[in-house]
Design a protein around this ligand. Structure first.
Ligand SMILES: NS(=O)(=O)c1ccc(S(=O)(=O)c2ccccc2)s1
Ligand SMILES: [Zn+2]
Length: 265
């Protein structure tokens, strides 16, 4: 996915506005949304997800000015997602999180209006149809993002390696090498139960190219682990006023007649 330079330039274009309730002009397939459980439709055709991540493809972790991203080498089909609602094979390119300033809110999607303190997004692009991430971003069936809710509870052992790397990327545009991280350790034990709908990126360019797959089962992280997320900064080392990286989520968008399907009854 995006390399450092493009994303840094890209970030300049995105930063000032991304938090607003901005939607693309006429965009009626925007994300995130509130998932109204009783209105979701069970679809027996939905298959189990096939998630196959290779920890060796993990490359770096960096602060892009509104979240922190763990980026993977997506030049080959080494870390892939298929099955579920997807017709093609999608390559993992990065994962990141959204969180609040308190444990009372922070997630982007909600379930029957219930907010979670944070949400993980694992971003994949359709490598059967496109040769580059940047192409896939603009296309209808270009991206697939897995959303996982985080709840505050017991410490997440797998997450700790990532939490320990965060102080090194406190400021915007800082990056450190990050290898052999198995993103699969962040998935809930049950990945067969999920909601899926067609939506968009939740930050500019807000393109409506995402097959969203939101896990029913959350993962647990400790209060202290989440507090380290909040120690990150939106601002670069040069800026005189440092701003805590918190509340980096978009407000819920209207469903506009879309159906949310569930893989479970
Ligand atoms: N929160 S989200 O999962 O919807 C999301 C927002 C942005 C991205 S991206 O970094 O892949 C990206 C994609 C296209 C252009 C720039 C960045 S993924
Ligand atoms: Zn996201």
């Amino acid at each position: 996915c995006f390399k450092m330079q493009e994303a840094a330039e890209h970030n300049m274009k995105m930063h000032p506005m991304w938090q607003g309730p901005l939607t693309v002009p006429g965009g009626d397939h925007q994300s995130p949304i509130d998932i109204v459980v009783r209105k979701s439709v069970f679809d027996s055709e939905l298959k189990p997800l096939v998630i196959d991540y290779d920890p060796k493809t993990c490359q770096q972790i960096w602060n892009n000015g509104y979240s922190f991203l763990v980026e993977y080498d997506d030049t080959t089909d080494k870390s892939t997602l298929k099955g579920g609602p997807l017709q093609d094979t999608y390559r993992l390119c990065q994962f990141h999180f959204h969180w609040g300033e308190s444990n009372a809110w922070g997630s982007e999607h909600t379930v029957d209006r219930r907010l979670f303190p944070a949400e993980l997004h694992l971003v994949h692009w359709n490598s059967d149809k496109y040769s580059l991430f940047e192409e896939a971003v603009m296309e209808e069936n270009g991206l697939a993002v897995i959303g996982v809710f985080l709840k505050v509870g017991k410490r997440h052992e797998g997450l700790q390696k990532l939490v320990d790397a965060l102080p090194a990327i406190r400021h915007k545009s800082s990056v450190v090498e990050f290898n052999r991280f198995d993103a699969a350790c962040l998935l809930p034990t049950n990945t067969d139960d999920y909601w899926t709908y067609h939506g968009s990126l939740t930050t500019p360019p807000l393109t409506e190219s995402v097959s969203w797959i939101v896990m029913k089962q959350h993962i647990e992280v400790s209060h202290d682990q989440l507090a380290v997320f909040r120690s990150l900064l939106f601002t670069s080392a040069e800026e005189e006023v440092q701003k805590s990286m918190v509340n980096n989520f978009r407000v819920q968008q209207s469903l506009c007649g879309r159906t949310v399907r569930s893989s479970f009854t």
